[in-house]
Design a protein around this ligand. Sequence first.
Ligand SMILES: Cc1cc2nc3c(=O)[nH]c(=O)nc-3n(C[C@H](O)[C@H](O)[C@H](O)COP(=O)(O)OP(=O)(O)OC[C@H]3O[C@@H](n4cnc5c(N)ncnc54)[C@H](O)[C@@H]3O)c2cc1C
Length: 397
Amino acid sequence: MMAAIQAAYVGAAVTVYERNDRVGRKLLSTGNGKCNFSNEIMNAGCYYGSGASFVDKIYDYFGVHETKSFFDGLGMRIKNKNGYLYPASEQAATVLDVLRYEMERLGIRSLVGCMVTEIRSGGGFVIVTDAPQGGKHLYDAVILAGGGQAAPKTGSDGSGFALARRLGHRIVMPMPALTALRCREPFFKQVAGVRCEARLTLYIDKNAADKVQGELQLTDYGISGIPVFQFSRLAAYALAEKKCVTVGIDFMPDTVKSGNFWSRRWHRQQDQQMERFVTGIVNKKIGLLLLKLAGIRETDMACEIDAARREKLESLFHSFLVTVRETNSFEQAQVCAGGVDFEEVTQDLQSRKTPGLFFAGEILDIDGICGGYNLQWAWSSGAVAGRAAAGTPLREK
Ligand SMILES: Cc1cc2nc3c(=O)[nH]c(=O)nc-3n(C[C@H](O)[C@H](O)[C@H](O)COP(=O)(O)OP(=O)(O)OC[C@H]3O[C@@H](n4cnc5c(N)ncnc54)[C@H](O)[C@@H]3O)c2cc1C
């Protein structure tokens, strides 16, 4: 939609092909229905994939400032929650509405219910669809913005990758990202539903690969929540390479294990049963689970616990290790990592294999962390590809 609008701004006649019965359906589920459409803190460090090194340049052409001005110009008030940007209405539908209205105003043709099955190139482009209303028209340029494979119910089923492949492009292996991790340990059912602040360290083959703090969610199959989402793509690629993926959980990120918290607690609560000893440290379900894993009974007295089991219990609170079996599937993932390799596209997001073909959004090999980064990429890459495809590339600010 952004690509279509930007191309139309500079005079191009634009047609959007959409397989769903309406455009932009995925937008409605973003940000828990509120659409976190961008973020004030924006840099290449928030992105992964071969496109991460393109981010600064693309955002020089069309970045957060231009995105805010664009939506402001469409009449959408913006709410800034600690740098995270939302429509002031707190309705993702607002973002979709203003884009749809602008497309209508510009006379952009939307052919919905049209699954693109082939793009023929050679002296212009012909789009082949599975629907009679798709027709057969000749276009000067095509922007492939079919998304990745995440949340396929919203329309992005990976068919864009197949179209790109047929036009000569290499696709970096698609992987679910911003998703939960399924773990091997049998005890998750006991702590399912617990949400708590924690510091997580992702280990790949025992080497620390990432560290994130935030609200951890424990589920009956493993770990979820924003901190887990942030490194899930690293876990996904490591698992695909058959590497060992573990996550260390510090349930007490604000307390140093070697500080005096534990010595004071053992001293003060020496005449307490261990169920009471663990009460009040963190969520009780976690406390009771860790007791069990340390080989301590709830009815044992604190003063009876030997040094080895004390040390074991303290260590479990600070570095509880779980083993990742797999990530959740594309169905539950918010984003698809991998995609069209940036080695084969220009700075204007034009194909080096098929001139006149452009790419925008998640179909490219780039994925951002949680917090508005993926939609900002969609806006920025859409604007850059849209203007370039219409023959009037955006200039650096
Ligand atoms: C639950 C959820 C929550 C999210 N929340 C946020 C958030 O708050 N902030 C954020 O920044 N990002 C969020 N994201 C990620 C963000 O929505 C995506 O990165 C973004 O929508 C990608 O835009 P896109 O245009 O590249 O692809 P998409 O939005 O996937 O759009 C691609 C479109 O192409 C159509 N299409 C695909 N193949 C064909 C074909 N062969 N023929 C015709 N049409 C086709 C699809 O039907 C679809 O409408 C979230 C994602 C999900 C699933």
